[in-house]
Design a protein around this ligand. Structure first.
Ligand code: ADP
Length: 170
């Protein structure tokens, strides 16, 4: 049987417990996973592309050991379907939170399917424990002095706090 590679794309600014849950569950569906970190300058990220790639890499390494599957973290700045084809992926993995994700995902999946009918998009429902977590809100909570410990891994919390301290010192 041929081995299946899945691409999990996102901005990961920063990676949250919700993303990690999708990665963990996605790993049980595929043989190899490529986590694609999108440049996404339009979202004015708090962390540079290099920082986000390093952060995701650091946070997924314990999972790689646990699941014994290959996981690569790669930056990308091209059409998702071209990236997926380039890395030999058979499926795209996306997480689905509330109704608000649905509209956008529905449209994007439809267009992507028209571009490359051979590559399916698979949606994993957000775990109710992580349903409300979004990178954007994590940043907002941190900016206004809230504790982001329930939403992100401990080291990511440190990274966000350090970045805010740097920005405030400027
Ligand atoms: P983007 O929205 O720029 O694609 P994100 O980094 O916000 O990138 O999200 C990447 C993927 O992870 C998306 O499919 C998104 O729906 C999913 N995702 C984000 N947060 C969660 C969460 N809390 N639970 C489940 N899936 C999530």
């Amino acid at each position: 049987m041929t081995e299946l590679t899945g691409v999990y794309p996102g901005t990961f600014d920063p990676i949250t417990n919700g993303h990690i849950d999708i990665i963990r569950r996605g790993l049980s569906l595929v043989d190899h996973m490529v986590i694609g970190v999108a440049t996404n300058p339009s979202k004015s990220p708090m962390f540079s592309l290099e920082e986000r790639v390093a952060m995701v890499d650091r946070e997924v390494s314990p999972l790689v050991e646990k699941f014994g599957k290959s996981v690569k973290v790669q930056p990308f700045d091209e059409l998702l379907m071209n990236f997926a084809r380039r890395v030999g992926a058979g499926v795209i993995i996306r997480g689905l939170r509330a109704v608000s994700d649905f509209e956008y995902e529905f449209q994007m999946t439809g267009m992507n399917y028209m571009l490359h009918p051979g590559i399916e998009t698979v949606f994993l429902m957000a775990d109710p424990r992580y349903q409300t977590i979004a990178s954007k809100l994590v940043k907002e909570v941190a900016i206004y002095g809230g504790d982001i410990a329930p939403f992100v891994p401990p080291q990511v919390r440190e990274d966000v706090m350090a970045r805010l301290a740097e920005t405030n010192a400027k």
